[in-house]
Design a protein. Structure first.
Length: 307
């Protein structure tokens, strides 16, 4: 691994730690405000933090052409809409779902990324990926369906939708990050997400200043650390690391979500949920190591033919 790839991997790992702790912070924040109010305030805060950062970064690069500015705005808008959908579904889903469990369901995006590539680009991801998908389906059954019968909770379905939207957001970032300023893309993404969240909050929730004040610590953490810092680390890290390795590192947020949920919220997972989490993590690992494993299988088949 070269120095750039190592640096990108460390940035993504740091982001995974931050995001994992954010699940607990998000649940704590919604004790005082509605989900859209929480998302709106924290994302707008993240966008405001990124404005001077993006301005400073912009002074170090050549002046952009009209086409560059258009690409920047388009990327920020599309990524922002996808992030709004993902964070909204996640925030509402966390009302009914434990932070640790939510972290593992959200991690399904790591398996969905190569599958989406197959559906959109018609690139068959290989047998290893399909094994990972089967394990992920089994894991979701254990995580979402109780022993009493097939009763998937509303929060579980919302988090599944969140994983789908995060799949789109990751593919969008992977497309635009090499072509535009990473920090400017993060700034625009946050401002779009925050603006859409606040509009939705005004239409659907009662926004109280005292509630925002009481939720200030979770808002500050998720806005500055999980938002401005975490997603910027994702964009910069993805520039230097291939998408497969990047997704593998980012999925570790689910592990940190369980740890922080246990420490901060006193959450405990059942044996069934632990088994589901292990299967999900195995599926994620298989999905990300699939290029290596597929290569070994091809080499093995070639050697057998030669014999």
């Amino acid at each position: 691994m070269n120095r750039k790839a190592l640096r990108g991997s460390l940035l993504l790992l740091f982001g995974a730690v931050i995001w994992g702790a954010a699940f607990a912070a998000q649940r704590m924040g919604m004790d005082h405000v509605g989900p859209f109010t929480f998302s709106g305030v924290r994302m707008l805060l993240a966008g405001l933090v990124m404005i001077p950062v993006a301005a400073a970064a912009g002074r170090k690069v050549p002046e952009k052409t009209a086409e560059d500015r258009k690409r920047q705005r388009t990327g920020g808008l599309i990524c922002g809409i996808l992030l709004f959908a993902a964070t909204s579904l996640q925030q509402i889903g966390l009302v009914d779902t434990a932070a640790g469990k939510a972290g593992f369901i959200t991690a399904l995006y790591v398996v969905l990324v190569p599958v989406a590539g197959w559906l959109i680009l018609r690139n068959n991801p290989g047998r290893v990926i399909w094994i990972g998908v089967a394990l992920a389906v089994a894991a979701l059954y254990l995580l979402c369906v109780p022993d009493t019968g097939f009763q998937v909770e509303r929060g579980d379905l919302l988090l599944l939708g969140c994983a789908v939207c995060f799949t789109g957001q990751i593919l969008c970032v992977d497309h635009y990050a090499p072509r535009v300023s990473g920090v400017a893309l993060a700034r625009d993404e946050f401002l779009v997400t925050g603006g859409l969240s606040m509009i939705t909050a005004i239409l659907t929730e009662e926004i109280r200043w005292d509630g925002i004040t009481e939720a200030m610590i979770p808002i500050l953490y998720t806005g500055i650390c999980s938002g401005a810092l975490g997603y910027t680390l994702q964009i910069i890290g993805q520039k230097e690391v291939n998408p497969t390795l990047a997704s593998l590192i980012m999925c570790l947020e689910s592990v940190f979500a369980v740890l922080t949920g246990a420490v901060l919220l006193g959450e405990r997972m059942t044996g069934r949920e632990v088994l589901g989490s292990v299967l999900m993590f195995t599926a994620v690992i298989l999905a990300q190591l699939s290029p290596v494993l597929e290569g070994k299988m091809k080499t093995s088949r070639t050697e057998k033919k030669e014999d």
